[in-house]
Design a protein around this ligand. Structure first.
Ligand code: NDP
Length: 433
């Protein structure tokens, strides 16, 4: 804490992983050596830069850009870029730290990193977004590359932003280096299923969790927070598997639609019109919009937090439990506070941390890198089948590791230990570097 003052999210992420290491300290003390712990908590490189850009009105704006290259023991740094006014070094470091273990869990050869800016895309014109992305990449390009660091999207960075970022990268480097960024569009080197991957993957993982109790999504009442990329495709997969999502949210409030969220309408509002959820309620008789308030007040059997960190506090967890929630699987990164996680575990419900359940996005990014390297493009069905297999494998590894270390059914311990052991092994093998 003294070494990283004013970084509460980073401390929180480290604390959660370190707690899970307790069982390993007794049984496999070589993994709990201070020399590994100290190194694994220190990013290999932290880059902070100025991003100057000009609004449509000619005003000069300055934002701050970040890229934290956390750990490259398993492969090139890999992790998304987030554009949101709340972004600061603490948030990017927590995300990069988590990403290292998540990427390890996927079984793919990728290290961990994360980046972004405190830029707020809300209300910006298309031209302003483009100028911002071009300015951001004018610094970032020198730090990334197929064998070095491969960014992707995250909050506020989707297909449009990645297009402008890739365009500027290509222009500056004079190289069509598809493997330098993932989440690309299908006509310029992207992979099928990448858009859907995090949401679909979360639901595939959750399906495996339900399976351990002889259940499935069929007939389940589900609440999904957020209404962005992860949330939309989590909703789509839940519906395909026979569940009904009856509520979702954005930062202004939430909608409840007892008839089930109309996905075509939601996609039109969020992906095409870039509008707000109030418009959804305006256009659906069965829906009501609640401004502010807590989405977790809506009774459900399954909750999928897919918006942002610390969006599910203890009060929300208590209400969910009082209303009979049976499972919480995280699509977002660190959405449940430590107190909320404690309550879920105490109650004995199924609970999965994001680094396991939302790993489908980065895993499919690694599949995109494979396709780029071989100049190939796979079809939707095969790519989705690979994603489902990867999520099934991650689930199996978490379950087996939790059991091996005496915590059966504890996905936090399973995910943290399985992710950690692989990274630690590689770090030891590569020497003190
Ligand atoms: P998007 O920008 O597409 O959507 C984010 C959603 O969350 C929006 O509905 C947004 O509402 C809401 N939201 C964001 N910040 C807040 C906040 N502070 N309070 C309340 N609501 C908020 O992002 P993604 O769907 O891509 O990402 C969502 C989460 O999933 C993040 O935690 C991200 O790190 C994680 N993730 C994403 C992956 C990906 O492939 N995209 C991969 C793995 C994890 P509004 O529009 O009002 O801001």
């Amino acid at each position: 804490i003294a070494r990283n003052p004013g970084e509460p999210e980073f401390h929180q992420a480290i604390y959660e992983v370190m707690l899970s290491l307790a069982p390993i300290a007794g049984e496999r003390p070589e993994y709990a050596q201070w020399s590994i712990l100290k190194r694994i908590c220190e990013p290999e490189r932290q880059i902070i830069f100025r991003v100057p850009w000009v609004t449509d009105d000619g005003e000069v704006r300055i934002n701050r850009g970040y890229r934290v290259e956390f750990n490259s023991a398993l492969g090139p740094y890999k992790g998304g870029l987030r554009f949101h006014p709340s972004v600061n070094l603490s948030i990017i470091k927590f995300l990069g730290f988590e990403q290292t273990f998540k990427n390890s869990l996927t079984g793919m050869p990728i290290g961990g990193g994360k980046g972004g800016s405190d830029f707020d895309p809300k209300g910006c014109s298309n031209a302003e977004i483009m100028r911002f992305c071009q300015s951001f990449m004018t610094e970032l390009y020198r730090h990334i590359g197929e064998y070095t660091d491969v960014p992707a999207g995250d909050i506020g960075v989707g297909g449009r932003e990645l297009g402008y970022l890739f365009g500027q990268y290509k222009r500056i480097t004079n190289r069509y280096e598809s493997g330098a960024l993932t989440g690309k569009g299908l006509t310029w080197g992207g992979s099928r299923v990448r858009t859907e991957a995090t949401g679909y993957g979360t639901v595939f993982f959750a399906q495996q969790m339900l399976g351990t109790r002889g259940q499935s999504f069929d007939g389940k009442r589900v609440v999904v927070s957020g209404s962005g990329n992860v949330a939309i495709y989590a909703i789509e997969k839940v519906h395909q598997l026979g569940g009904t999502v009856i509520a979702c949210s954005d930062s202004d409030g939430y909608v409840v639609d007892e008839a089930g969220i109309d996905l075509d309408l939601l996609k039109d509002i969020k992906e095409v019109r870039r509008g707000r959820l109030t418009e959804y309620a305006d256009q659906r008789d069965s829906a009501r919009h609640v401004s502010g308030g807590s989405l977790w007040d809506v009774p459900c059997q399954v909750a999928l937090p897919c918006a942002t960190q610390n969006e599910l506090p203890a009060a929300g967890a208590k209400t969910l439990l009082d209303n009979g929630v049976e499972m919480v699987a995280e699509g977002a990164n660190m959405p449940s506070t430590p107190e909320a996680i404690g309550l879920f575990q105490e109650a004995g419900i199924l609970y999965a941390p994001g680094k396991a359940s939302n790993a489908g996005g980065v895993a499919t990014s690694a599949l995109e890198m494979q396709q780029n390297a071989s100049r190939d493009s796979w079809n939707f069905e095969d790519t989705e089948a690979r994603l489902e297999q990867i999520m099934t494998d991650i689930h199996a590894v978490c379950v087996a590791t939790a059991e091996e270390f005496g915590h059966p059914g504890d996905y936090v311990v399973g995910a943290n230990l399985a992710g950690y052991i692989k990274v630690a092994d590689a770090m030891v093998a590569l020497g003190v570097i």
